[in-house]
Every structure is written in structure tokens, then in C-alpha cells.
Write a protein that binds this ligand. Sequence first.
Ligand code: NAP
Length: 252
Amino acid sequence: MLEMFSLKGKTAIVTGANTGLGQGMCVAFAEAGANVCGVARRSCQETKEKVLAVGGKFIEVMADLSSTEPVKRILDECIKEFGGADILVNNAGIIKREDAINVNEEDWQQVLNVNLNVVFFLSQEFAKRAILKNKGGKIINICSMLSYQGGIRVPAYAASKSAVMGLTKALCNEWAAKGINVNGIAPGYMATNNTQALRSDEARSEAILDRIPQGRWGTPDDLMGASIFLASSASDYVNGFTIAVDGGWLAR
Ligand code: NAP
């Protein structure tokens, strides 16, 4: 039965692979048997070492995901090295904290470019190639608690993550019949660079911890189970859904 969770013979593309949740998912996929293509704008050396340590194969594709320019090259380089791409995790994301009244157009656009626009066009390129080969695939979009809630002082982030959850459903409706599963994971409050500012603000950090039923911040390891499930054939009839991995945050 556990065979259905195996990723043996599969290749996963993970964006934002150099650190945080992306790095954790690269290692999880390698442990489950997949080849991993890590996409990042900085070196993925640390991720590569962790993947090799669990017996996996890893290539790095350097790409700045603030524009759609590298989209085709990412697929090309992955396919050239591993012969295909079966899983795409749209994980790279940025957050900018500012009172809504002061947000400027440049910051707004930057967040939307990385968190939403590139997510769509990379998914489109992945799907084009999967459809051409008639072989299906798995897309996992990394959403957020702010796919459900508004947050404080992060309006572009909330808008982008709400949109990504909507996009997950929209793409499911078009691509499910082509054998492509499009699902999301909404991490709760996880201890990564993304939440560094929150965690170093004592009052905010305490308020957040108080509200998490499980009583602790999440870690990259906490995403392992959900990401392997959504990447594997164990989730073949799961489509268009976003799974919260949040220590119970949304239940409050
Ligand atoms: P992180 O440590 O800041 O990782 C974000 C990743 O995205 C990094 O690898 C970052 O690269 C990459 N990235 C950002 N802009 C990029 C660009 N223009 N081109 C290429 N790569 C770029 O934070 P994380 O927590 O692991 O975040 C991963 C995802 O989870 C994000 O989508 C985030 O919104 C989401 N998320 C996080 C939390 C949380 O509590 N941590 C909760 C919900 C959702 P650099 O290292 O070069 O910046």
C-alpha cells in the first residue's frame, strides 16, 4: 500500500529551493525517490548536499522568478537532465510588510509577479508539455493562511495568496481531465525567513503562538507528508483542493 506514496522514477521541480519550505520539500521528494530540480536565484548548494545525503539526485536551475523570462528554460533544463518533469511545486514567494495606505506600485507589482504571475505561467508551461506527452502530472501551489484571511500590513501578499488558491481551482477544472492534479498546501506559521520579522517582534510572536492550537511554530519538516501525498499517486483523485498544514490555526 505504501507504494502509492513512492516517487521513484519521478522528477520534481521545486521553486525557491535554496532555503525554508522549498528546501524541506526537495529533501522530502528525494527521500521518496524522486529526482529533484531546484529553482532559485541563489545557490542551492546546501539543498543539494541534503538531497545527496538521502541518496537523491539534484540539479539547480538559477532563475529570477520576478518575471516570466526563465519559465521555458526551467522546463528545458529539467527535461534535458532528467528526461521529464512530473511534479511542479510553485513555492517561491515574497512578502512585503507595509501599511496598506503606504504601499507603492513597485512593491505591489513585485509581490504579484513572484507569488502569482510566474506561478500561472510556469504551471502553464509545465501543463503544455505534460499534455503534449499525454502523461499527466502533479502541480502543488504553496498558498497561505492568507489565502483564507486578510492578515495585517501585507495586502499584496494576501491578494496574491488568495488568488493562488483560486487559480488552483481554476486550473483543476481545465486540467483534471488531462491527468494533471492541481492542488495547494496552505502552511500555517512556519519558522523560516518569511516569518523572521514576525518572530522577532515579541508581541506579535506571542499573539501568534497563543492562537496556534498545537502551541508551536511549524517547520519545513511539517510539510513533508502533505507534499509527498499531493505529489504521489496516493492523491490521484484529489484535485483543486488546498490542504492546510497549520497546527490547527484555521480551526480557531
Ligand atoms: P523563505 O525562506 O523566504 O523562502 C522563499 C523562497 O522563495 C526562497 O528560496 C526565495 O529565494 C525564493 N524567492 C523569492 N523571490 C524569488 C525570486 N524573485 N526568484 C527566485 N526565487 C525567489 O520562506 P518560506 O517560508 O520557505 O516560503 C516558501 C513559500 O511558503 C512562500 O511562497 C511563502 O509565501 C509560503 N508560506 C510561508 C509561510 C511561513 O510561515 N513561512 C506560511 C505560508 C506560506 P531567496 O532566498 O533568494 O530570497
